[in-house]
Design a protein around this ligand. Structure first.
Ligand SMILES: [Zn+2]
Length: 93
């Protein structure tokens, strides 16, 4: 089974970035992962991470940036637009 994706919110803690997961897919509680120095790029630290659960190692998950809902909506729209265009092309060829 591949690791689940979890959405993390970027938090500026002053000297370092933090990636905060509101609800862990394994244990359901909040976890905080380091995002590196505040002058660095925290997105480099997204991706596969081991879960910070209290229980003994349950595995890992893929950290993805939680985008504002307006951005998500825009992406969803363009996704469907692309699909419709492909469908039209397939039908007309
Ligand atoms: Zn957990």
């Amino acid at each position: 089974m591949s690791d689940p994706e979890v959405e993390a919110t970027l938090v500026n803690s002053g000297s370092v970035w933090l990636w905060v997961i509101k609800k862990c897919p394994f244990c359901g509680v909040e976890h905080v992962h380091g995002g590196g120095n505040i002058k660095g790029d925290p997105r480099k630290l997204l991706g596969s991470r081991s879960a910070h659960c209290n229980a003994n190692s349950v595995g890992g998950y893929i950290l993805v940036e939680q985008l504002p809902s307006s951005v998500k909506e825009k992406r969803r729209k363009s996704y469907y637009t692309a699909n419709v265009r492909n469908l039209i092309e397939a039908l007309s060829s």
